[in-house]
Design a protein. Structure first.
Length: 696
């Protein structure tokens, strides 16, 4: 029997016990000279496994989680005292008594795993690690892991003792952090109870409501910083932060919503024990659920989800025995329509003016802006119109958007309306001051184009000497100011063999997202000889095969076949909705207000000066066709992957007449001149039971 509920409070110990069982199996495998099995088991111990509710984040996941929770729980107490301008009360006597009950559980549960000695006195004296110290600790442990891996690869007899010692080092640190987390949790509730008794429930409730957003974002930022710097991806933050929970999570990409249920919570488990054994009022526990835990969950999801969302918490553990979150992607209270197809991403060419001369530019940007570009008032009105449909990620592009004088004003306005604001730039105008201004204006992400790891080759492609160096400096300045950076690389015959080198380069400067763009025959891009269809297919496959070597989040653009390829090689696809989302959850707005399905499919569907964006989005026949899978022709229409892929509609449109349909270089929106529903000619896949002449 334990003092604290095992399910609520001691999943950490259960995971250690399970890992100890795997350690014993690994040691037995080494004794039998089965080093492959030993490597597999040790990888599971330290890096984790996934199997539904029983997911094990591995030693590294557990350690990062408990480190983050120590920060969260300690910060809750500190921020509350600072907000209420109160001194910390003396809760030492109750704190030590309650903590030692938990410590007794820990010793009992882990007695066959490790030997621990962290009583209340030692815990009070134990130094809390800052971010850099956390990073150093995890990095050093990972270096020890590599030594163990090397011994296993060498099939050395010394690997047995090395793996045992490695397990003990990790287990000690995981346990220390879990116990520190518990100490801070108990202290936090005791301090909160004191403040409620002294100042009144409503005063404390109001204070927590005021500071919860800032608190949630700051604590998650600390966790993210540590996670990234020890070599994990941003997308791993969610699994790390949920590692001590049994959860049910379901995302419905069809309806753009999801539900997450926490079936246990170590914080709630501690609070429940204190309520039952020490008379703590359950209303005080509920304050943490409704304010700080909600804010923390919201900030975590904002960090890992690419699209804006709204989050509700219809149930919480302190009141309902289960914690439930419901989220809706791109939800807008101003939208009256309940249509399934709403924009998640919008690309807006805010100007055609540019300081580059890129050979592949899809709008043939020039040194002069269009005479009839939307002015500031019209631009803000467009943002208002968008909010009547959804609240998407709005990417301000160009030309070069930073040449537009009101760009920071537009970013700030869009952010204030609840849109997630992005910027697509060549990077030449971004220094530390501009990066800071972008961050202060509310920018969430900036994409920078880098087309070679060789400076002169990039400069030649972009048409301006020195552009590579400026792009690299822009990435560094943005990361310094805590702006998420995405690098876009356009694949050509010239850089086809450089992609791995480019990925290594951008990863080394702190970039997290990497998008491969494939040429579409529009604008100046028509004049460049594209790679062959088979090269296109091979590039996607080869890039995905190298993902494990990098921490980058990789996604091909203008290449919807990547969904088929990703599915067939077993990649996690939950972060992607569909290969081609043009007309379904995406469209482009030209500088003069023309709306097209995407930047590379220049069919004018309407202009926001003449009719509301909402009317264009919901009523355009072209949009309706794109949303109906039955309209697709040829092998795209017969393909078993059309739900997840859809083929590139722009490439089908541009190549259906062998480039001839385009008039001149100015690829501005115009009337439809070709068939955008025909099969994608750059896809080499042959659907099942589909003959070359298109007959079943």
């Amino acid at each position: 029997m334990t003092n604290f509920d095992v399910k609520q409070c001691h999943k950490w110990a259960q995971l250690l016990i399970e890992r100890k069982t795997k350690l014993d199996q690994a040691l037995e495998a080494i004794a039998k000279q089965d080093f492959e099995l030993a490597k597999q088991l040790t990888n599971q111990i330290f890096s984790g496994t996934s199997s539904g509710r029983q997911t094990d984040p591995g030693m590294i996941g557990s350690l990062l989680y408990h480190m983050a929770m120590v920060t969260k729980m300690g910060s809750e107490t500190q921020v509350l005292l600072e907000t209420l301008k109160e001194q910390a009360p003396d809760v030492k006597s109750s704190l030590n008594k309650i903590y030692n009950d938990f410590y007794a559980d820990a010793k009992k549960l882990t007695r066959d795993v490790i030997d621990i000695d962290y009583d209340a006195k030692k815990m009070a004296e134990n130094k809390r690690l800052n971010s850099e110290e956390k990073i150093t600790l995890v990095t050093e442990l990972k270096q020890e892991n590599k030594k163990g891996e090397a011994l296993l690869n060498a099939k050395s007899a010394q690997s047995k003792e090395a793996i045992k010692e490695l397990f003990n080092q990790w287990a000690q640190q995981v346990t220390l952090m879990r116990l520190t987390q518990e100490y801070e949790t108990i202290k936090g509730l005791l301090v909160l109870t004191h403040l409620v008794e002294k100042l009144g429930f409503e005063t404390v409730n109001s204070a927590m409501e005021r500071v919860k957003e800032k608190f949630g974002q700051e604590t998650v930022n600390i966790a993210l910083d540590v996670t990234l710097k020890v070599g994990m991806r941003r997308e791993n933050l969610q699994s790390v932060m949920l590692s001590d929970h049994f959860i049910k999570m379901n995302m419905d990409t069809k309806n753009l919503d999801g539900k997450m249920e926490f079936l246990n919570c170590p914080i709630y488990g501690s609070h429940k024990y204190m309520q039952e054994k020490h008379g703590i009022d359950e209303k005080n526990s509920a304050l943490f659920c409704k304010h700080f835990c909600f804010a923390h969950a919201k900030a975590m999801l904002e960090t890992v989800l690419p699209f804006p969302f709204t989050l509700w918490q219809p149930k919480y553990l302190a009141q309902d025995g289960v914690c439930e979150y419901y989220l809706k992607l791109a939800y807008s209270a101003e939208a009256t329509s309940k249509e399934r197809f709403v924009p998640l991403v919008l690309s807006w060419n805010v100007t055609r003016e540019c300081n580059m001369k890129c050979d592949h530019c899809y709008i043939n940007a020039t040194e002069k802006k269009l005479e009839n570009e939307l002015n500031t008032k019209e631009a803000k009105d467009l943002i208002d119109q968008i909010c009547q449909v959804s609240k998407p990620l709005l990417i301000l592009s160009g030309g070069e958007p930073l040449l537009r004088p009101d760009i920071f004003e537009l970013i700030e306005y869009g952010s204030s309306k609840g849109l997630k604001m992005g910027l697509g730039s060549n990077g030449t105008l971004i220094d530390d001051n501009v990066a800071k201004k972008l961050k202060d204006s509310g920018i969430a992400t900036v994409s920078i184009s880098i087309d070679s790891h060789i400076p002169t080759q990039h400069d030649e492609f972009r048409g301006v000497t020195g552009s590579w160096e400026k792009a690299i400096k822009a990435c560094k300045a943005l990361r310094k100011n805590n702006v998420l950076v995405q690098v876009n690389t356009t694949v050509t015959q010239q850089n086809y063999d450089q992609i791995d080198d480019i990925m290594s380069l951008v990863e080394s400067i702190g970039v997290e997202n990497f998008h491969l763009f494939f040429l579409v025959p529009t604008g100046r891009g028509k004049k460049i000889a594209d790679i062959t269809p088979q090269m296109y297919e091979d590039m996607i496959t080869n890039t995905f095969s190298k993902v494990h070597k990098h921490r980058l989040n990789v996604r091909p653009s203008c290449a919807p076949q990547f969904m088929r390829i990703a599915k067939n090689i077993g990649l996690d696809m939950k972060q992607w909705i569909r290969g081609c989302i043009a007309g379904l959850h995406y469209c482009r707005i030209y500088p003069n207000g023309d709306v097209t399905p995407c930047p590379y499919l220049p069919i004018k569907l309407g202009n926001i000066r003449e009719q509301p964006f909402k009317e264009i989005w919901f009523n355009s026949p072209v949009f309706k066709n794109l949303r109906n899978l039955e309209t697709l022709k040829g092998k795209c229409g017969a393909c078993e992957y059309k739900i997840v892929c859809g083929g590139c509609r722009a490439r089908a449109y541009g190549l259906s007449s062998d480039f001839i349909d385009y008039c001149g270089d100015l690829n501005k929106p115009g009337e439809q001149t070709s068939d955008y529903l025909t099969e994608d000619p750059w896809c080499v896949y042959q659907p099942k039971n589909y003959l070359s002449e298109g007959k079943l």
